[in-house]
Write a protein that binds this ligand. Structure first.
Ligand code: PMP
Length: 393
């Protein structure tokens, strides 16, 4: 950052001093949020090829080259990217942009709900452990058209055959536990959240083919602050209802954000000069290394366990690849450790409690996608916790 015209380091919260090398004693490791700063070193290496300069007169208008406030070039690059990675089918589908996929979550719920007030509201459900925003948005926007109805599995036995007025969130790979998921209610409308279906975090098995799929640049390039996501939609009616939502809500996504996203996708696709070095290789290697370290450490302890993972064949890399999930879904195994979040907090680690995913407090989530400093400190604190435990036994 610039201070009085000089460049100074922006230190991680646990470090200070002119070169950020002084550790703040007792500082807790922050593994709470999914801030994807693990990708910052990649973009530092590709600073010039990813930079965007926007003159004051440029892109002032509400209008864009495409209809509905979207950049045709950006849409084209999104399709190209999916076909390059092989993670989603876009042919014959509509694409819609949102201010992060966060904005598209409720746009999708709105679009799949009945549009007549005489029909009963759609029931919105997700499988535990689920990303809490599905619930908070559905409850907060408090529409007559839909209602939060909790855990999907609860409805499987209650409904005899089909669940036509249900909207089921299917997060695949799942946040927090990385599981690949499928819908479980026959006849439901499904919102597939594929935020983590990139070679960074998951084997790419086949192009995703859902009727309504959400993606975000936040977990692809790491530019969470740009607030850019997109939906791939099969049905034109659903697409139009999402467009209406976006039109009324924000009149589309910031044109500056679209410009930056285009530049980033061009860099990802190797179209920019000097953009050599695949982001997918970098991201995968970083995440694999982090998972390997944490897994090894946790395996040496009886007190904690992690989700089961195994190597899988990835079409994108064309080989069997090791696991590299975005999050660790940690379980406290001891009977007395009912609040796993609190156990870690006492050991100087800030995690996100299982309660926040509709799950048991015996579970807690550790984010592995934050900065290297955050991850290194997490390992240091986890190591201390496990070593102390072993000494006591
Ligand atoms: N879906 C899932 C499963 C997520 O984990 C996140 C971000 N943590 C989002 C959607 C929202 O991402 P964004 O709004 O940054 O695009």
């Amino acid at each position: 950052i610039l201070v009085d015209g000089k460049h100074v380091c922006e230190c991680n919260a646990c470090y200070r001093g002119p070169d950020c090398s002084e550790f703040v004693q007792g500082c807790a490791a922050d593994a709470e949020s999914g801030d994807p700063l693990f990708l910052e070193p990649y973009w530092r290496q590709h600073a010039a090829s990813s930079a965007v300069v926007v003159a004051g007169w440029h892109r002032m208008s509400y209008q864009t080259d495409g209809d509905y406030f979207i950049s045709i070039e950006l849409e084209r690059h999104i399709r190209k990217l999916h076909s390059h990675v092989g993670n989603a089918i876009t042919d014959g589908r509509f694409i819609i942009f949102g201010a992060g996929s966060t904005q598209l979550i409720n746009a999708a719920v709105h679009a799949l709900s009945p549009n007549s007030t005489v029909s009963s509201p759609a029931s919105v459900v997700a499988s535990v452990p689920y990303y809490m925003v599905y619930r908070t948005q559905t409850e907060f926007f408090n529409s007559r058209a839909y209602e939060w109805k909790g855990v999907t599995s609860k409805w499987v036995d209650k409904l005899n055959s089909s669940a036509p007025n249900f909207i089921e969130f299917v997060t695949s790979p799942n946040n927090p536990d990385g599981r690949m998921q499928q819908p479980i209610l026959p006849g439901s409308s499904v919102i597939y959240d594929h935020a983590y279906y990139w070679p960074h975090f998951s084997a790419i098995k086949a192009p995703a083919d859902g009727d309504l799929m959400l993606f975000t640049i936040s977990k692809l390039t790491g530019h969470a602050g740009s607030r850019f996501g997109w939906a791939i939609v099969k049905d034109e009616g659903v697409y139009k209802r999402m467009l209406t939502y976006l039109g009324i809500n924000t009149m589309g996504v910031s044109r500056d954000t679209q410009l930056r996203s285009l530049k980033l996708l061009k860099a990802v696709l190797g179209e920019e000069r000097g953009a050599a070095g695949s982001i997918f290789e970098f991201a995968f290697r970083t995440m694999r290394e982090r998972w390997h370290k944490l897994n090894k450490l946790v395996s040496s302890s009886d007190r904690f366990s992690l989700q089961q993972t195994r190597p899988e064949y990835c079409n994108y890399f064309g080989k069997i690849r090791d696991p590299s999930p975005a999050y660790a879904w940690l379980k406290c195994e001891r009977e007395e450790d009912k609040n796993c979040y609190a156990v870690l907090r006492a050991g100087g680690i800030i995690s996100r409690s299982g309660y926040k995913f509709g799950a048991d407090g015996r579970y807690t989530r550790l984010s592995l996608i934050r900065s290297q400093d955050d991850f290194d400190l997490l390992i240091r604190r986890m190591d201390a916790l496990i070593t102390k435990e072993k000494a006591r036994n």
